[in-house]
Design a protein around this ligand. Structure first.
Ligand SMILES: Cc1cc2nc3c(=O)[nH]c(=O)nc-3n(C[C@H](O)[C@H](O)[C@H](O)COP(=O)(O)O)c2cc1C
Length: 207
């Protein structure tokens, strides 16, 4: 079993990375593999609602000039998904939002039913709003949202400071414990199959 972790901070080894490393180490203790993908500093386009992905059933975004499709492809061999983002003005980074919106719209089948979580990293405030924002898409994708002992929030300003947030780090480890537990349950021999889905009944309130 493998979990994909996305660091949506432009700082490769900042506080978000530190939090994700804590999750990754704890997953390893449970025998669950993980990989941290860095969004880095290159732009991540936002969705332009061209609908090419859906109309042509591409299973990927028609724009292939950034990291979006690379991350989606990785989900083909991953069983869980975690995105960590710094808090910018009480929100996740623009890159975090653009990435998730385009991946879920164009390659949603790779995410359906897979347990997911988000992590918000901040200096002082706005983390709960950012955390809630990042969790919203999971619940439209039949992705069970993995809980922890507290909201997945870690504090720190300068790179590395988040390591001093001992409760935050414990929350990361508990998140990993719960993710590993859930994955093992889902993939256990004799576990029930995912529910069959009815065909989607889109209701646009327009006549
Ligand atoms: C543009 C910008 C906006 C920020 N806004 C907030 C904020 O609203 N609340 C907060 O507590 N910290 C804010 N911060 C601080 C970062 O969230 C904090 O430094 C975090 O540890 C960065 O994570 P990283 O090291 O993974 O990049 C902001 C930082 C930047 C660059």
């Amino acid at each position: 079993m493998k979990v994909l972790l996305v660091n949506a901070s432009p700082r490769r080894e900042g506080n978000t990375y530190r939090a994700l490393c804590e999750v990754s180490r704890q997953l390893e203790k449970h025998g669950v593999e993980s990989e941290i993908v860095q969004l880095g500093v290159k732009p991540v386009r936002s969705c332009i609602a061209c609908n090419q992905c859906l109309e042509k059933q591409l299973g990927r975004c028609v724009f292939d000039d950034d990291i979006c499709n690379r991350v989606s492809e990785k989900m083909a061999e991953c069983d869980g998904f975690i995105i960590g983002s710094p808090v910018y003005y009480g929100q996740p980074t623009g890159a975090a939002l653009s990435l998730v919106q385009r991946m879920f719209y164009s390659a949603g089948d790779l995410f359906q039913n897979k347990p997911a979580a988000s992590i918000a990293v901040c200096r002082r405030g706005g983390a709960t709003a950012a955390f809630q924002t990042m969790n919203m898409p999971f619940m439209m994708m039949n992705m069970p949202v993995v809980a922890s002992q507290y909201w997945n929030i870690v504090y720190g300003l300068q790179p590395g400071e988040s390591g001093m947030d001992t409760e935050g780090m414990q929350t990361m480890r508990t998140l990993a414990d719960n993710m590993a537990f859930l994955l093992k349950r889902i993939h256990a021999e004799g576990a029930p199959a995912y529910p069959d889905r009815e065909p989607w009944q889109g209701m646009h309130f327009i006549r």
